[in-house]
Design a protein around this ligand. Structure first.
Ligand code: SF4
Length: 334
């Protein structure tokens, strides 16, 4: 479980610079009763917030999640009937999931807000593709804002009977759309409660590293975008460069939040340098032999999010030129 102290240490150090904070990856965030408080804290740093969940949990406090200011909640639900749903969501309870959706929708109504935006993600397998249209109908009737039909990862190593569906039309469908203006209104959800002291301290401190020492030579070639745009901390405070699933014996733990800079550890710098020079350091980062080429080009948080964030700043103190500058840089040129 992520502790309040560790969450605060990470957010205080990095959230003043953050565009978005995502609460998921190595576990189910709804099992931690402090998650709404972590989200609220990130919102007080003006970070947009996203959470992904199975929603198949008891003791779910929907009002706390609505009050947290959460912007976007991704609901992983791959079926509408119990036998089909639980083929992939082992031990999941579809009726519990649907009740929790209704609780969220009711809590939003009570609070007079459209947030969190609810997005149903349906991973299309052979065994569940016949329930896609029923899922779309059900999601609309429950008040879910959008549904995404998405391709699953290959899980045949775990269960050879679970195969991705062929010939399915992937993509998102807006059911109850939320406008960019709505997102802008939720950007500064707690104007009287901003972490102003921490934000001021971060700006006053300047760059936390020697920029000349950290700067790698220019490159016009391919690089991994994760190494510049995102960082990941797990519940134990370990820093990883990306959200790719760790593989055994891969050198993917780049440091610890208590001891290391979460963006510029030695392994971060070795990884960036590897893409620039092709140099491989013995005992260096897994990035030197990484084969996740597609993942290297598409980060969870990218220039699109930076542009959305810049446009959401309210009052609009960033003019169009500044927004272009913030969202127009390229890792490949660094
Ligand atoms: S090179 Fe691979 S392992 Fe390294 S940060 Fe990028 S995706 Fe992750």
């Amino acid at each position: 479980m992520l502790s309040a102290d560790r969450a605060a240490a990470f957010l205080n150090a990095y959230a003043p610079y953050a565009v978005q904070a995502m609460f998921y990856n190595y576990g189910e965030p709804l099992l931690n009763v402090q998650t709404p408080a972590f989200i609220r804290s990130a919102k007080r740093f003006l970070a947009q917030t996203v959470l992904s969940t199975s929603l198949s949990v008891h003791n779910f406090d929907a009002d706390a999640y609505v009050a947290s200011g959460l912007d976007y909640m991704l609901l992983s639900i791959d079926g509408v009937s119990q036998p089909v749903y639980s083929r992939f969501r082992k031990n999941g309870d579809i009726n519990l999931v649907l009740r929790n959706i209704s609780r969220l929708v009711d809590a939003r109504l009570r609070a007079g807000t459209r947030f969190p935006v609810l997005a149903w993600q349906f991973l299309a397998f052979e065994h569940n593709r016949h329930e896609i249209s029923a899922a779309i109908e059900l999601a609309a009737s429950l008040g879910v804002n959008e549904i995404r039909i998405s391709p699953p990862f290959d899980v045949s190593w775990d269960d050879p009977e679970l195969r991705p569906a062929a010939d399915v039309e992937y993509g998102g469908i807006e059911l109850h759309p939320v406008t960019p203006d709505d997102y802008r209104r939720n950007w500064n959800r707690f104007p009287g409660l901003l972490h102003t002291a921490e934000i001021d301290r971060a700006f006053d401190a300047g760059w936390p590293v020697d920029i000349d020492a950290a700067w790698d030579p220019p490159s016009a070639g391919h690089t991994c975008q994760w190494l510049y745009m995102n960082t990941v901390m797990d519940a134990n405070g370990r820093i990883l460069p990306c959200s790719c699933a760790p593989i055994p014996n891969a050198n993917l733990v780049f440091g610890h939040v208590d001891n290391d800079d979460a963006f510029n550890s030695l392994l971060h710098r070795q990884a960036r340098a590897h893409f620039v020079t092709g140099e491989t350091v013995p005992g260096g980062p897994h990035c030197q032999s990484c084969e996740w080429f597609d993942d290297q080009r598409k980060t969870d948080i990218d220039l699109t999010h930076i542009r959305q964030y810049a446009a959401a700043v309210n009052p609009p103190i960033l003019n169009a030129e500044t927004q272009d500058w913030l969202a127009g840089w390229s890792c490949a040129k660094i």
